[in-house]
Design a protein around this ligand. Sequence first.
Ligand SMILES: [Ca+2]
Length: 123
Amino acid sequence: MTITGYDLTMPNIITVGGLNQSYTALDNITLNQSRVVNAPITFTADSDADGSGSFILLDGMSLTASNNALTITAADLDLQGTSSTLSSGSGLMTIAASNNRNLALGGSNAVGQMTISGSELFE
Ligand SMILES: [Ca+2]
């Protein structure tokens, strides 16, 4: 199952158990509902690789891929608030930056790179 769009926002993203799912947006993908999926799931934000397009989890939302592969490509990862979580259990979680940007763990946001801040790492 593949869904594409310019900006994608939950709950327009539907989850169907057991299906390998792929979501692609030219810019942002925003999750405003928590989801648990039982199949591999792939999110591609900024599919046009122009450096604009984040994968956004609103405050309090969680995305759990139960022991399945979770793959996210985006210009930036934005886990908002203090209780948004991303989990893939024992599955492989892959996070890649689009547009040949660098991926930075820790530190503060900087132009031209995907930054996952310390607080996002520990959420
Ligand atoms: Ca884009």
